[in-house]
Design a protein around this ligand. Sequence first.
Ligand code: SAM
Length: 487
Amino acid sequence: MKPNSGTKKELDESVQGTTLTLSENSKNTRKLYIESYGCAMNFSDSEIVASILEKEGFNTTQELAEADLVLVNTCSIREKAELTVRKRLEKFNAVKKINPKMKVGVLGCMAERLKDKFLDEEKIVDMVVGPDAYKDLPHLIQEIDEGRNAVNVILSKDETYGDVAPVRLNTNGVNAFVSITRGCDNMCTFCVVPFTRGRERSRNPQSIIEEINDLWDKGFREITLLGQNVDSYLWYGGGLKKDFEKASEIQKATSVNFSKLLELCALAQPKMRIRFSTSNPQDMTLDVIETMAQYENICNYIHLPVQSGSNRILKAMNRLHTREEYFELIDNIRKLIPDCSISQDMISGFPTETEEDHQDTLSLMEYVKYDYGFMFAYSERPGTMAARKLDDDVPEDVKKRRLAEVIALQRKHGHYRTQQHVGKTQEILIEGTSKKSDAHWMGRNSQNTVAVFPKEHYKKGDFVMVKINDCTSATLIGEAVAYSKNN
Ligand code: SAM
């Protein structure tokens, strides 16, 4: 298993750098080439950007050489992510020599982290736009059209883009992301996100429901509610989560938390499958698990990053829970939703991590036996508390060896979990043709495990009951027996 592969939460390596396209608007004359890296939030943001620019006369293109505007939506989470973008900028530079009218803009977390350093260091960049400034793009593009460099990296207290209907880029027409919160208040010591995406704020539930209804009408059958920390969702009329205490009594009384939002979504479209990502163990409450158990259309899958199995390291990471509290949460999930799949994010080689801490991580994994995992070697990020206070003191070869052990154990557990579906008949939502065979459909069960089966008369977007006969390490192999009652 690759360090970050497996589900749509942190998009798998194969889609990193994907050029995103949408259908052409015949009135538009300029060409936008937009490439995205990093987490699902970034891919979702690119849809907001494309929606804003469609109204500014841009159609998307996959041909770099013919682009008037090249945008790269960037990720800062690990050093490698930033190096990839720097390489792409070199490539854009080469193309710019052939096509001098082409303008290049950097969007997202790296734009926010490096700000106008980008204009000084990377001479080929014309525009730098942080994650909260996309509505300013029409003005910024005018600036660069007139020959000036343009920067807006102002982080906002209330921007949620709730009023921008995102266009769907490279969509299969079945699954879509719906953003519900922006920013993060958690201050995990390893993480750059609070600095690049700002403080946490939640989107108006009304606009979330409207987006879900619209997606259903357009034929989408599964949505993933997105946020850095979805369990922390709290709508009280707008504004930062941290200012909730200052809200009026009426605002507090009518506020909507994550479990309430989940329920509103489940009821708004009872046949739409609902997923969410990412959950933080310290914020996930019992009522969220109870709501999941209550509504059939909320999928039985929780992405619950833990990062380490050692209490000492969890504390140093400022993760506000212990290993024992995490086990209690896992036990509650298993009690209320026995067939729930659970996935993790794990970091190997955080500063001061000893062999004993690493063994604690492996033993925590043994307890949970995760279905999927996203595993990384610690990468020091400038400006974070860990970078300021702790030496990156675990040697690279030790980090790599520990990461390999974590990945090997995850592979074993992933295979074990996949096997547990064999012999069952499960509802699969068809997402498209199998990559390996034109005669087979590919879809997922509620637990997010991929299944393939012969096409017969079924179509994309159908909910089908599939008898699972066999599996590989991560794919279920079956045959359709009937439409599901959800169809
Ligand atoms: N808040 C979201 C979450 O918890 O998944 C998003 C954080 S980030 C996009 C996803 C994962 O990247 C984190 O859970 C963590 O495992 C990993 N990560 C973050 N900072 C890292 C760092 N400095 N080094 C290595 N991995 C890191």
